[in-house]
Write a new protein. Structure first.
Length: 69
């Protein structure tokens, strides 16, 4: 879990918008698993929330069959 939280912080500090470079980055920590990022550039500002989540179900996943011993 610690590795995932480290990756989340890295994503929050390095994310760049695809159309313009951020002039200012504000990162708000909501919890150890949730950050709000506000990027301001020459043409405007936008914000987004990133969260760490665990996949608990995928209807398209193939079932794991355990071999008989």
């Amino acid at each position: 879990m610690e590795e995932a939280e480290t990756a989340l912080v890295h994503a929050a500090t390095t994310y760049e918008h695809s159309r313009w470079k951020a002039r200012r980055r504000e990162i708000f920590k909501c919890s150890s698993r949730s950050y709000f990022i506000r990027l301001q550039g020459r043409l405007g500002a936008y914000g987004f929330l990133i969260q760490l989540a665990e996949l608990v179900h995928d209807s398209d996943a193939k079932p794991v069959v355990q071999p008989f011993a």
